[in-house]
Design a protein around this ligand. Structure first.
Ligand code: PEP
Length: 249
């Protein structure tokens, strides 16, 4: 059986004290889990969190990376720097980056390539807006997001690139997609990718994200095509995130 992934995206929240509190609060659940637990603190806390989790099973992710290797890009953080401070994962193309910072499918594809060439596992976020869902365009939107990455990086990268389906209408809204809707989209993503290469079938992982909470995580995890969850708000509450970790069988 594939290991599942329980990932927490802290977004732009917290401080040194709360970062410590979250890590300490989830250590027991994470160390007892037979699945992979990943946390994505803000950039400035990555190094201190890396130290705190060094003897644990928790893995470190960044929330974003620069779309260039290095150089005169004031304020940006490169993939190499993220590897250097202990990250093994990085979120790429989160909908907040796409919507608020104008990240196009092309930029997201470039970032995915940079993550991989610097030894990071990208967690490639895709998903449709409410308008796109209501006008039945969700397949086209997700295909465009995925195809841009395939064109730039090739299909084989999905042997090591994780996909996170995050319907924009479910992020931070408390309106989670039903487990059935999520599973339908995951199945679509799974067959879209595996029909292009058999090689990725054994390792491909597609996570669900969007208002995951302690009382709905088990439902998502039990769906055939859902290989884990990407959790935003609830990952800031150590007891709730621990419950989510424990909800995975
Ligand atoms: C996210 O930020 O990736 C997310 C899914 O947020 P939330 O769980 O708060 O909806």
């Amino acid at each position: 059986m594939k290991k599942k992934i329980i990932a927490g995206n802290w977004k732009m929240n917290g401080d040194t004290a709360s970062a410590t509190e979250i890590v300490e609060g989830i250590l027991d659940a994470a160390n007892a889990s037979s699945h992979d637990v990943v946390i994505a603190p803000p950039f400035v806390y990555l190094s201190s969190v890396a130290e705190k989790i060094s003897d644990s099973k928790i893995r470190l992710s960044a929330q974003n990376l620069a779309d260039h290797e290095s150089g005169a890009f004031t304020g940006e953080i490169s993939a190499k720097m993220l590897s250097d401070v202990g990250c093994t994962y990085v979120l790429v193309g989160h909908s907040e980056r796409r919507q608020m910072y104008g990240e196009t499918n092309t930029v997201v594809a470039q970032k995915t390539a940079l993550a991989l060439s610097n030894g990071l596992t990208p967690i490639l976020c895709v998903g449709e807006t409410l308008e796109e869902r209501e006008s039945d365009q969700w397949k086209d939107v997700i295909l465009a997001q995925i195809n841009a990455v395939i064109e730039h990086c090739g299909i084989e990268i999905f042997q090591e690139t994780i996909v996170a389906y995050e319907p924009v209408w479910a992020i931070g809204t408390g309106k989670s997609a039903s487990a059935e809707i999520a599973n339908e989209v995951h199945e679509f993503i799974y067959y879209t990718l595996t029909s292009k290469s058999d090689k990725i079938r054994p390792s491909l992982k597609v996570l669900y994200g969007g208002s995951v909470a302690a009382d709905n995580s088990a439902q998502y995890m039990s769906q055939t095509y859902i290989d884990g969850v990407l959790v935003g708000g609830a990952s800031l509450k150590p007891s709730v995130f621990s419950e989510i970790i424990r909800s995975v069988e």
